[in-house]
Design a binder for this molecule. Structure first.
Ligand SMILES: C[S@@+](CC[C@H](N)C(=O)[O-])C[C@H]1O[C@@H](n2cnc3c(N)ncnc32)[C@H](O)[C@@H]1O
Ligand code: SF4
Ligand code: SF4
Length: 374
């Protein structure tokens, strides 16, 4: 078994779910649970063309309008705890991004942003840091040639982004806030050779975290990328953590995902998708999707916010049926809910009494970092 050290604020631990006692009790009583975290896709348009992108087949011209964003944030604020702005395309192409972040924060939601950063300048970031819990730049490589090749973009985009991040890191007063800013490297053969150099580069900039995750060769036949293979090197990942994590920067391999690959357990053994009780996605077309892997896929559209309220949609039979027995043939292997599903599968094996006893371990005096993002 792979045994990678887990970090003190490791943000991907699925045990975060168990701190949400109210939702867990509804789950145990088999009642409708409203999700805790909502993924919001502001834009179906993207200005990059990443080699591995799982969303390419559902690219569209749609963008959420301000009136739609405001309405859905109002609705989420009544029932949820957090929003991750990400999407089927690039959220920073929607000119309402900053306004959406501020509005959601005003409504007492925690907000995270996942972006390729191409349309965000240093001043935007400096303003945003007051409102966001985290910003994660999808970068893959700090080496210009690799970056441009992998992300299907130009040298000027690379230079602008690096300039934004480094200016921000030198000007930011983040110690006064709770926001963290980091980068993500998707591990594909094409980025592997540069990973250590990239980690060193971002550690020198003192970003808060460098997340490394394996590419997900999504299950849909039409998405499969034959030119990507895995060469997983546990020792290499452990050395990265030991040699480069310091008081400013945490190196965070996505341990659960790497372990799955190494132990050959990326397939789904569970039935349905119980994790979807706690997460949902709002598409750039103002429709609600069962999960972010399926944004744009009509089979996974659970309602249209132009005609129904979010609460009505979340109470729909379609959502309940998908939770119970979604067909995994359509699913990404290491999708948003994969590890939530695995944890819930184990939890469901406990007796009722054991479940309640287990939940008593998770109390409000030891909430983990960013527990509201699951
Ligand atoms: C779909 S993108 C949308 C937001 C934005 N365009 C970006 O790239 O950050 C969200 C995240 O999914 C990641 N991603 C996309 N396809 C992937 C895949 N096949 N395997 C692993 N991560 C993937 C991207 O690197 C990015 O961090
Ligand atoms: S920037 Fe994001 S949405 Fe665009 S191609 Fe890359 S991973 Fe996909
Ligand atoms: S198992 Fe994953 S891809 Fe499938 S429906 Fe659930 S979250 Fe979506």
């Amino acid at each position: 078994m792979l045994d990678l050290p887990r970090q003190s604020y490791y943000p991907f631990e699925q045990s975060k779910l168990f701190y949400h006692r109210k939702q867990m009790e509804l789950y145990l009583n088999k009642q409708t649970v409203f999700p805790i975290v909502y993924e919001l896709s502001l834009s179906g348009v993207c200005d990059q063309n990443c080699l591995y992108c799982a969303c390419k087949n559902y690219r569209s011209d749609s963008m959420l309008k301000w009136s739609e964003i405001k309405k859905v944030i109002d609705e989420i604020a009544r029932i949820g705890k957090s929003i991750t702005i990400t999407g089927g395309g690039e959220p920073s192409l929607n000119r309402n991004l900053l306004r959406a972040v501020k509005y959601a924060k005003d409504k007492d939601l925690s907000v995270g942003l996942i972006t390729n950063g191409s349309n965000i300048c240093c001043n935007d970031l400096l303003e945003m840091e007051q409102y966001v819990s985290f910003v994660r730049f999808s970068i893959d490589s700090a080496v210009k040639e690799t970056y441009c090749r992998l992300r299907g973009t130009t040298e000027s985009t690379y230079l602008k982004l690096m300039n934004t991040i480094s200016s921000y890191m030198s000007l930011s007063k983040r110690e006064k806030t709770k926001s963290i800013v980091g980068v993500q490297i998707v591990w594909v053969d094409q980025s592997r050779a540069d990973i250590e150099e990239s980690v060193r580069f971002f550690v020198d900039l003192e970003v808060d975290f460098v997340q490394i995750r394996p590419v997900d060769n999504v299950a849909y036949e039409r998405h499969t990328l034959s030119n990507i293979t895995y060469s997983l090197e546990t020792g290499f990942l452990i050395n990265l953590i030991q040699n480069y994590s310091n008081s400013h920067t945490q190196i965070i391999p996505n341990v659960n995902k790497f372990e799955d690959y190494i132990n050959n357990q990326t397939r789904k053994s569970y039935i349905g998708c119980q994790g979807a009780n706690f997460t949902a996605s709002i598409g750039h077309d103002n429709k609600v999707y069962f999960c972010c892997s399926h944004i744009g896929d009509i089979a996974y559209e659970i309602g249209d916010l132009s005609h129904s309220t979010l609460v009505e949609i979340l109470q729909s039979d379609k959502r309940a049926n998908l939770i119970r027995d979604v067909n995994h043939a359509d699913c990404q292997f290491q999708c948003r809910n994969h590890h939530l599903n695995k944890v819930l599968e184990k939890f469901d094996l406990l007796s009722g009494g054991q479940q309640l006893q287990f939940l008593d371990n998770f109390t409000s005096d030891n909430y983990p970092f960013h527990y509201e993002f699951l």
